[in-house]
Write a protein that binds this ligand. Structure first.
Ligand code: UD1
Length: 420
């Protein structure tokens, strides 16, 4: 099993290019099932999760090719399977996003329940509630969700009980081929939802209001072909900016969109970072200073993203002062705390959703273990800021979400090696 070996100490400096967003690429790839016409997706990152989604499409009978420019070409004309098997859905929750497109286009779909995962129970009740509101019959049998709408879906008003990114995406996709207009209230506003809406419109859907809490989808008979470039990964941007801040560094991220990162940039400024940006790059300069501790509380967009919480905690662990981090989205998203403490951090948990971090002037290297995707990137940041050489085990979690992380960190001057 691969491990990352990181020699802490160097201040990150230099410039790297940001990859395409995993969390935008996955729903967009699922959405290609809505049309029988060929679709080209550019800037999809080369990550395990994206490969899993491509495998799932192929398993449904879809033709998927990677062209010479590394774009993903999908032609869902040949689709012949309406069942997404447990083996693929269990490895990645986002696989559940094929349900909406399959149901809308074929009137039937059978998709394994994704089940829980390390960061919490993560139910799909809101997805199912949405499909039922659109007129589908939904049944859970033997671990699979069976959804049927033999006469097609019907547009309607849907009120989400809570803000869910995947739920909003699944319902939005299904509504594209429904008969009539769907209005989705209390929808998630994440930039990845905007990207999905823009992709859907590129192939002929009629989606408006994406990026606000009310999304309107006017159903059309069929979607067509098109090509689309996936947005830059704002979680990757946040991770590298925080890593630079934790090491007192100065970096430039190319192909980054500052307007998707408001809450993170503001918190980094409070921590003492000088941040400047233009249309497609962000520059952070910490001027060699130690960061100041900053309180954060996660919430749906435009609040502070849960996917950047662990990384910020790693920075707070070496910051000057004491901070509080409150996680409001997932009930078990503090697994990095014990590992960070192994590196000499002083973090106390108050219940399962609040952590109090007393900044220390230096962390010390230790063997640690990655437990989930974002928790593992917090260990990378802590290892970069620690004295000595840290070995991070189980980095397959990192490979799910960070493209060529060791190469990018090396470009910024880090001493990092993948070992097995
Ligand atoms: C997506 C992101 C993930 C991010 C999360 C929150 C992808 C592939 N993943 O996950 O990286 O951390 O958004 O920003 O884009 N919930 C329910 N019922 C439902 C659906 C969700 O109770 O039917 C709850 C979940 O358990 C969780 C909260 O709602 O507590 C938010 O989950 P959701 O926004 O759906 O996250 P995902 O779409 O799974």
């Amino acid at each position: 099993m691969d491990k990352l070996q990181i020699e802490g100490g160097p201040t990150l400096a230099g410039s790297i290019k940001v990859s395409g967003a995993k969390n935008a690429a996955l729903p967009i790839l699922a959405a290609t099932l809505l049309t029988e016409k060929p679709v080209v997706i550019a800037n999809a990152p080369h990550l395990h999760d994206v490969t899993t989604m491509i495998e799932l499409l192929a398993c449904l009978g879809v033709e998927v090719m990677i062209d010479e420019k590394l774009r993903v070409q999908v032609a869902a004309k040949t689709l012949m399977q309406l069942r997404a098997p447990y083996e693929l859905v269990k490895t990645m929750r986002a696989s559940f996003l094929v349900l909406g497109p399959l149901l809308a286009r074929f009137g039937r779909a059978e998709v394994s329940l994704p089940g829980g995962c390390a960061i919490g129970s993560r139910p799909v009740d809101q997805h199912l509630k949405g499909f039922e509101a659109l007129g589908a019959s939904v049944e859970v049998r033997d671990g699979y969700v069976l959804a049927e709408a033999p006469h097609g879906l019907k547009g309607t008003d849907i009120y989400m009980d809570l803000v869910t990114v995947g739920g909003t995406q699944n319902i939005m996709m299904a509504a594209c081929l429904a008969n009539g207009t769907t209005r989705l209230f209390n929808a998630a506003c994440e930039p990845e939802i905007v990207d999905l809406g823009n992709f859907l419109n590129e192939v002929g859907a009629k989606v408006t209001g994406h990026g606000t809490s009310t999304i309107e989808v006017q159903g059309v008979d069929a979607l067509g072909s098109g090509s689309y470039r996936v947005m830059p990964d704002r979680v990757e941007v946040g991770t590298y900016l925080i890593a630079a801040a934790a090491t007192g560094g100065s970096i430039t991220l190319r192909d980054a969109e500052a307007n998707t990162l408001g809450a993170v940039l503001e918190k980094l400024q409070q921590a003492g970072a000088h941040i400047a940006w233009d249309d497609n790059q962000i520059r952070l300069d910490m001027g060699g200073a130690r960061p100041r501790a900053v309180d954060i509380e996660t919430s749906p967009y435009p609040g502070f993203p849960t996917d950047v919480q662990a990384q910020f905690m790693a920075m707070n662990a070496v910051a000057e002062g004491t901070s509080t981090i409150k996680e409001n989205i997932f009930e078990n998203r503090f697994m990095h705390v014990h590992e960070l403490n192994r590196l000499g951090a002083k973090i106390e948990l108050h219940g399962s959703m609040t952590a109090v971090i007393q900044g220390v002037s230096r962390l010390r290297a230790a063997p640690v273990m990655a437990t989930d995707l974002r928790a593992s990137s917090s260990l990378v940041i802590a290892a970069l800021a620690a004295s000595g050489t840290t070995i991070i085990d189980r980095i397959y979690h990192i490979d799910r979400g960070y493209e060529t992380i060791e190469e990018k960190l090396a470009q910024l001057g880090a001493k990092v090696r993948r070992i097995s």
